[in-house]
Design a protein around this ligand. Structure first.
Ligand code: LCS
Length: 409
């Protein structure tokens, strides 16, 4: 591969990793006489790879870098995506997984290979919360949940056997922020692996590895693919961590991405920087509109002055993202009226799509989190989450306006 001569996010999103399979002879034995290199990385939609001799096959098992063996171990389409993600997140190495939860599980199982204790942010995506509070304890791994908006609380919860600090920032769905540099410093001081789920911010919105965080993960189902067509995940970190994850939890638990889904994600990433800018531009206008509507009790968006951590958002983020959370004055009933009236915005879970999506976390994404934990952490019954899409701002505002006006206050 030639040395990389670019450093802009848009150029990275388009070109990084793509030289890996730009010539068929890079990955195929069949040397074509014809000129012409595929501009898009091809899909290698195959489960296994053949060898021309017993020696060649045996050496691929000894030196795994020397070739492809089996798609659960690695595949050229996956590898292009991995190279691109490592560059975008400024990490040494990356691996891609079948889902965002695949990435969360593999990152945790790798960092906790010998057991240990986790200190985690108290509000997290619900399946991550359930993994930490129900599944891992059955394997002897305990988690202490803390309000990580205060780094002192993170440090206070550390025990001699703590192996991982696990955070999201902004969190799903309350958009709380964690000071990444402060958290990374605590982790380094105590020799603990810091892991962040960067799904909400994307590599365009913040660069956790540059802030000192060890491992970054994503649900690529969301902004990275951006097309609403795939379930996919990724982990980015240092080479040693990624190799351990690949040879261990990924391979043995088997949460491997299909080449087709890796390829669909590759189609989405080149437009991520453009989409991110547009999501951010739309979201600040809509958050400002919602904040002054009489049916709305409060709005949470890191780009608003009213966000309690707006200064931190300005310091550590590049754009404030496309997710807005708000509380309706009329609670659950008002929420029902709102979602039933909407015409452009779709009532759907997930986020990061071109389409504006609306959901009610208490009855959907976070319904498996115990009610008392939801109340304690602020996921109230009147909370509504928007994933602002790429439609024209005035059309989204008109749709939300007519739906909010239908709520009687
Ligand atoms: N991390 C975050 C922050 C998420 O929001 C999600 C899914 C995941 C990880 C898991 O990713 P998956 O396995 O689905 O690719 N969040 C969802 C949500 O808020 N609504 O539906 C799914």
């Amino acid at each position: 591969m030639k040395n990389k001569i670019y450093k802009g996010k848009s150029t990275e999103a388009i070109h990084a990793g793509e030289s890996l399979t730009t010539h068929p002879s890079d990955a195929q034995e069949d040397q074509s006489e014809k000129s012409g290199i595929p501009l898009l990385p091809p899909i290698y939609q195959n489960s296994t790879f053949r060898f021309s001799s017993a020696d060649e096959c045996a050496s691929a098992f000894i030196d795994e870098e020397s070739g492809y063996v089996y798609t659960r171990w690695g595949n050229p389409t996956q590898q292009v995506l991995e190279e691109k993600l490592a560059v975008l997140e400024a990490g040494e190495s990356a691996l891609v997984t079948a889902s965002g939860m695949g990435a969360v599980s593999i990152a945790l199982l790798t960092a906790l290979a010998e057991g240990g204790h986790v200190v985690a942010m108290e509000t997290l995506y619900s399946a991550t919360y359930n993994l930490l509070s129900e599944d891992l304890p059955r394997m002897g791994i305990e988690t202490t949940f803390v309000d990580a908006t205060d780094p002192n609380k993170v440090e206070y919860a550390i025990r001699p056997d703590t192996k991982v600090i696990y955070i999201e920032s902004p969190t799903n769905p309350l958009l709380k922020l964690v000071d990444l540099a402060a958290c990374a410093e605590i982790a380094k001081k105590h020799n603990i692996t810091s892991i962040i789920d960067n799904t909400f911010a994307t590599p365009c919105g913040q660069q956790p590895i540059a802030c000192g965080i060890d491992v970054v993960l994503h649900s690529m189902t969301k902004y990275l693919s951006g097309n609403g067509a795939v379930i996919a995940g990724a982990i980015i970190g240092d080479k040693d961590f990624i190799v351990r994850a690949k040879k261990g939890a990924l391979r043995n638990f088997g949460a491997v991405i299909s080449p087709f889904n890796a390829w669909l994600t590759l189609l989405g990433i080149p437009t991520l920087p453009l989409r991110w800018t547009r999501h951010c531009e739309n979201a600040i206008c809509i958050a400002t509109f919602l904040e002054q509507h009489p049916a709305v009790a409060w709005v949470r968006y890191p780009g608003l002055d009213s966000h309690p951590q707006h200064e931190l958002a300005k310091r550590q983020m590049n754009g404030f993202g496309g997710i807005i959370t708000m509380e309706l004055k009329g609670g659950h009933a008002a929420g029902e009226t709102l979602v039933n009236q909407l015409q452009i915005c779709s009532l759907a879970v997930s986020l990061g799509d071109a389409r504006t999506l609306v959901c009610h976390p208490a009855s959907t994404t976070h319904s498996h989190v115990p009610a008392e934990v939801r109340q304690q952490t602020g996921i109230t019954d009147g909370l509504v989450r928007f994933s602002i899409g790429l439609e024209d701002t005035e059309d989204i505002i008109a749709d939300l306006g007519q739906a909010l006006d239908a709520i009687s206050i």
